[in-house]
Design a protein around this ligand. Structure first.
Ligand code: ADP
Ligand code: MG
Length: 349
């Protein structure tokens, strides 16, 4: 079982005191294990940077529990926080490179904190991490001779040179092009594979795809992933409807019909997906992406139906919902009653 590197329980945090007190984080509970790359998303001002700085011991909170690398940070002494900070690789939007130092010296600053390294392998480690972010040919230059993106990568190299167990990164790929952004993500993945944990604040869609876990903050609270997923899906479908309503309508209808076919034998399994895809591919009715969407919709619908119909509570909810809709126009026709009866009939087991 992998180690828990970050264990936050019921953390709340406010800026200011007394009448000026403003809660920025409320009741945050999360756990990050060794090997994980977690992405933290959320609108501007939702508390992402604040949470990251509390986990990194840069800011003190007093409510809840924050255990990081086996240290309780709530109520910890400044010297303990200082020790923790040395073990964390921080990557900020503002990289704060020292202007009077060369790139190599700036990266070396990231090693000053670490205990017990030998100076003869320091140069080799600086060289190696610089190469990983594509800066090994620039080690002698001062920051002023580097582009914005190169400076950001230099900040990343400085944070990673001592191989931290925990990496906290606030929008590290924001000013990077696609190639260097991916280079940095590959590096993070490698650290995670070697047993570190990475918490990454980002809005970058390409990065989201590569996360092991997505944490979403909304007004200082963590929103369950499924809520966020449903919200995004529904927003996505709305957009699709604007683009091409008739085509989407056909896709949804086919999806619904497929769901019923899938349900005919009362179970939904992985083979169903393969069969649906093959059947639709042969007929060349839909393009690849459309096909994936249809099959996903059908399977999600079939599975949801199975779960709903398996529980008494689910069926009662369904009954109340369909009756409410049927009654919305104040008349329930015989046809509507028949549809409701059909809907509430359990599929064959
Ligand atoms: P995010 O990183 O998600 O954009 P932040 O963590 O930076 O959000 O900020 C969360 C909230 O805390 C914001 O409403 C911000 O205005 C407020 N805030 C940040 N720093 C301070 C501060 N020093 N004093 C008071 N409020 C602050
Ligand atoms: Mg921020």
């Amino acid at each position: 079982m992998p180690d828990t590197l970050v264990d936050v329980e019921q953390l709340s945090f406010a800026h200011g005191q007394g009448a000026h007190q403003r809660w920025v984080l409320t009741d945050i509970t999360l756990e990050i294990r060794s090997g994980e790359l977690a992405v933290l998303t959320g609108p501007s001002g939702s508390g992402k940077s604040t949470l990251l700085t509390i986990i990194g011991g840069l800011r003190s909170a007093n409510k809840g529990s924050v255990r990081v690398l086996d240290r309780q940070l709530i109520g910890a002494k400044e010297s303990d926080l200082e020790r923790l900070r040395r073990q964390v690789g921080f990557i900020f939007q503002q990289h704060n490179l020292a202007p009077a130092l060369s790139l190599a010296q700036n990266i070396q600053m990231g090693m000053q904190h670490s205990d017990g390294h030998k100076s003869d392998d320091a140069a080799a480690r600086i060289q190696s991490i610089a190469a990983r972010v594509g800066l090994d040919d620039h080690l002698h230059k001062p920051p002023s001779q580097l582009s914005g993106g190169q400076q950001q990568r230099a900040g990343i190299a400085r944070a990673l040179v001592q191989s931290p167990k925990l990496i906290l990164a606030d929008e590290p790929t924001a000013s990077l092009d696609r190639t260097s952004g991916q280079m940095v993500m590959d590096l993070f993945r490698e650290f995670a594979a070697a047993g570190s944990a990475v918490i990454l604040v980002t809005h970058d869609k390409r990065v989201l795809d590569q996360a092991d876990r997505i944490l979403h903050l909304e007004d200082g609270q963590l929103v369950p992933a499924v809520d966020q997923l449903m919200h995004d899906t529904s927003e996505g479908l709305k957009k699709l409807m604007h683009i091409d309503a008739p085509r989407l309508g056909r896709m949804m209808s086919v999806g619904q019909a497929l769901a019923q076919v899938a349900l005919a034998d009362g179970k939904v399994d992985a083979e169903e997906r393969i069969a649906m895809r093959e059947a639709l591919t042969q007929r060349k009715i839909f393009s690849g992406a459309e096909l994936d969407l249809i099959v996903d919709l059908a399977l999600a619908q079939a599975q949801a139906w199975l779960q709903t119909s398996a529980s008494e509570e689910g069926m009662q909810d369904l009954q109340r919902a369909v009756e409410a809709v049927a009654l919305a126009d104040d008349v329930v026709t015989e046809e509507e009653r028949a549809v409701i009866r059909g809907l509430l009939r359990k599929p064959p087991a």
